[in-house]
Design a protein around this ligand. Structure first.
Ligand SMILES: [Zn+2]
Ligand SMILES: [Zn+2]
Length: 302
């Protein structure tokens, strides 16, 4: 809810005319309560969980040989009914845990100072805050995830998320209810440390979930724009964690690779990549009688 009755009043308060984005925000939010605006997250999460993985499902059903080479575990194939069953479980958790959690967490959002008013944040402000949120989430999630791989944490809670040894997009939020609650902390910590505008908060919640769907997609596309994000883990990185399963002591981080590098928990992954690369080179040289040139002959398999 904005404390101005008209755009003119808002312009006087700001000491300048509203930008196009601010006028749009004014006409949309001026008469809506902050609580209602916050609850938009529920709709966004529902749409993201339901729609973003659909292209991946279609890809999986088509099994086009051209794209199959980008599937990280090509031998694993989930039927449509198995995929729908995963979606059903995720939706059950969404309506029982994620949605209600959003409904009741509004006081903390108010307390940390997420604002809904004018002026709107600049693009740089949004980008820098999102960067902080991702880094804080990644670091905190790393340690919680690592803790969940102790015997008790894994058996009682984290085992559920690892039911998919070859993850799919729909399985990104597939987890025990307690894990969903616990992992709300890293998501909330960044905005609590550097509170921003509600629009930044919406973007953060949406992008974090899209990122999780990407890392659980089961496909590693060389043309993915995320390849240009420094230290970004991506699908292949997290897929290895699921592939190894409960015994995994590798690749705990949710977004970036630097925590696993610093704390030495990416050794298994790096060793496997090295071995697969060597095998690929040997098989190429055996077949072609010549040396393997990585830049031109690299196929996705490492
Ligand atoms: Zn795990
Ligand atoms: Zn996962």
């Amino acid at each position: 809810m904005l404390p101005y009755a008209t755009v003119e009043e808002a312009a006087v308060a700001l000491g300048r005319n509203l930008t196009a984005a601010e006028s749009l925000w004014f006409s949309y939010s001026a008469r809506k309560s902050d609580y209602f605006l916050y609850c938009h997250n529920i709709l966004f999460l529902f749409l993201i969980f339901s729609l973003v993985p659909i292209p991946l499902v279609l890809l999986e059903l088509a099994r086009s040989s051209g794209l199959l080479r980008y599937k990280i575990q090509p031998k694993v194939r989930l039927s449509l009914s198995e995929t729908l069953s995963c979606y059903r479980d995720v939706m059950r958790m969404f309506f029982l845990i994620v949605g209600p959690l959003q409904l009741v967490s509004f006081p903390s959002v108010k307390m940390i100072g997420i604002r809904t008013g004018l002026p709107l944040p600049s693009g740089w402000e949004i980008l820098s805050q999102l960067l902080v949120y991702f880094v804080v989430e990644d670091y905190t999630n790393y340690w919680i995830h690592r803790f969940l791989h102790n015997k008790w944490g894994y058996e009682k809670i984290h085992r559920v998320h690892h039911e998919y040894t070859a993850p799919i997009g729909f399985a990104a939020p597939y987890a025990h209810w307690a894990e969903i609650l616990i992992l709300g902390i890293p998501s909330f910590l960044g905005p609590a440390m550097v509170p921003g505008h509600m629009i930044t908060f919406w973007l953060w919640i949406a992008l974090r979930q899209i990122e999780a769907i990407d890392t659980h997609s089961g496909y590693d596309f060389p043309w993915s724009p995320t390849k240009y994000i420094p230290f970004y883990g991506g699908a292949e990185y997290h897929d290895y964690h699921h592939y190894v399963g409960g015994q995994s002591q590798s690749n705990f981080a949710s977004v970036f690779t630097y925590c696993d590098f610093i704390y030495g928990t990416d050794k298994g992954f790096r060793y496997q990549k090295k071995i697969l690369k060597k095998l690929k080179e040997e098989s190429y040289e055996k077949q072609n009688g010549g040396p393997y040139h990585n830049s031109t002959q690299d196929l996705k398999s490492d």
